[in-house]
Design a protein around this ligand. Sequence first.
Ligand code: DGY
Length: 330
Amino acid sequence: MKHSVFVTRAIPGSGIQMVREKFEVDVWDNKFPPDRDEIASRARNCTGLISLLSDPIDAALMDELPNLKIVSQYAVGYDNIDVQAATERGIMVTNTPGVLTDTTADLAWALIMATARRLVEADSYVRGGNWKVAWGPSLLTGQDIHGKTLGIIGLGRIGSAVARRAKGFDMEILYHTRSRNHYTDEVDDELGGRSVPLGHLLSESDIISMHVPLNEQTEGMIGKDELFSMKKSAILINTSRGAVVDEESLIWALQNGEIWGAGLDVFEEEPTQEDNPLLSLNNVVVAPHIGSASIDTRSKMGIICAENLVAGLKGDKPPNLVNREVIDND
Ligand code: DGY
């Protein structure tokens, strides 16, 4: 049987070509994502699906794709996929971990620096023709980063890469994470990091960076109480998933000086609406979910995605299988 694959968006690099060499490939060639019905109709007879985090792959959709064997997600996060439903239907789900770790950690740091040092405001200030006095003692003063305390919530691959970068800034590192793993050992041993209860991290950190996946336990984990317990000079950075922070509470905290600033690559709803109050706040730096968006990384993600898909459709175990039970139960 010749496998056919639907790809929900054009992906940069050679990944799609690798899949084309083996299977029939149909790529959704539009900058806007296909809606649910379009995926259902274009992927109807497909055995493989390459999905993006903007595609809701739920049980009802899977039921409309009777031949589907694998969903190869072009991302490390896969909260858009109902993995349990996939497992129940014997559909493999794969992702692209590892390859985007450093790129995303770099972006978290770009947001830390841009927010703390008010870089976006400074840029607009100069371009907007406001720079009339050569040098001002209080002009655009921000927060120091060096020597401060960095609090990392979720110390996995990306969280620990963010911690490693903090070493060059002589920062104290606190973290709160679900379980101990080799990243926690490394951060303790090599960077002198400390695992602390969430409350301690929130009240002691100057910069707090979110690195948890979105799931039932993490949704809204930073709400009004958590924001209230942060320092008034604190900066919150989120490059994970928007919904781990309660956006309404965040707006409240930023508007009322409960925290000092925020650097956000992710939002509860994406794309975020133009009238989102966060966009009118000077103490917020925003980006449109570009954590992994370097040319190299996006291309490597395509290759990993292709390798996962090809392995799965050939009957091998894909290198980054999320729901191992599918194979174990076979
Ligand atoms: C991911 O991979 O989950 C990022 O959010 C996008 O690359």
